[in-house]
Design a protein around this ligand. Structure first.
Ligand code: C5P
Length: 225
């Protein structure tokens, strides 16, 4: 895989014009654009098609978590849009994950959100650390037939050890040296995440809020080689 292919930029915007402006600016300098809940709820599936029509691949990050039947049909609708990747919450459990597994699209199981730390996980009711829970959920997702997971850079090595080299690991919570962490808690730099074994890194605000998003994306790609 080329370094560019590994960079996924999260376009967390509501405005269609702004999303398409960012898509045009980033064309050719990123592997995929991530359309998340904000952009999708504000604009509907047409925003996915408009980004694809500009020649960009789409990662549809809906973090689906529902009963198996509902989740399965939501994933099928995403597959029908021709997206490359779609997310479901691994904590939806084995039956939901099995129902969502697809050969056509890379369905990723979200393990533990990178905005959560061990103290917050305890307040929610999880026992054990973010690391323990991410590994457990990655194993659950893989056993249910998913070919990839989303996890923070801090869990990559342990997930690789538990799940092997075939499982795709997509890593958000990425902060280039010196950039603002914002609401993210378990962060690493782009190069550190790739060195740790990430297949893809997801970067949002450090690129989309930059004065020159294309230059920011290219600087990240350059830091990976
Ligand atoms: O702006 P920032 O780089 O923090 O964006 C990270 C993106 O990755 C957001 O769109 C967020 O929804 C997503 N994400 C995450 N942690 C996960 C899964 C997805 O931050 N575990």
């Amino acid at each position: 895989m080329q370094a560019t292919d590994r960079l996924i930029v999260a376009i967390d915007r509501s405005s269609r014009d702004e999303i398409l402006r960012l898509a045009d600016a980033l064309h050719g300098s990123v592997g995929l654009l991530k359309i998340g809940l904000q952009a999708f709820v504000a604009n509907g599936p047409s925003i996915v098609r408009e980004v694809q029509d500009r020649g960009l691949k789409v990662f549809l990050d809906l973090k689906i978590h529902d009963i198996p039947n509902t989740a399965q049909h939501a994933v099928a609708a995403a597959v029908g849009l021709g997206v490359e990747m779609v997310t479901v919450h691994a904590s939806g459990g084995t039956w939901m994950l099995r129902a969502c597994a697809s050969d056509a699209t890379l369905v990723l199981g979200v393990t533990i959100l990178t905005s959560l730390d061990d103290a917050e996980l305890m307040r929610i009711g999880f026992t054990g650390s973010a690391l323990d829970n991410a590994v457990r959920l990655a194993k659950l997702a893989q056993a249910a037939g998913l070919r990839g997971v989303v996890a923070s850079a801090h869990e990559i090595a342990a997930i690789r050890e538990a799940c092997g080299s075939e499982l795709r690991i997509v890593v958000p919570g990425i902060r280039p040296e010196g950039s603002d962490a914002g609401d993210q808690r378990r962060t690493k730099t782009p190069a550190a995440a790739i060195a740790a074994g990430a297949d893809y890194i997801v970067v949002g605000r450090p690129v989309t809020d930059a004065r020159d998003p294309r230059a920011a994306a290219m600087a990240i790609v350059d830091s990976l080689v």
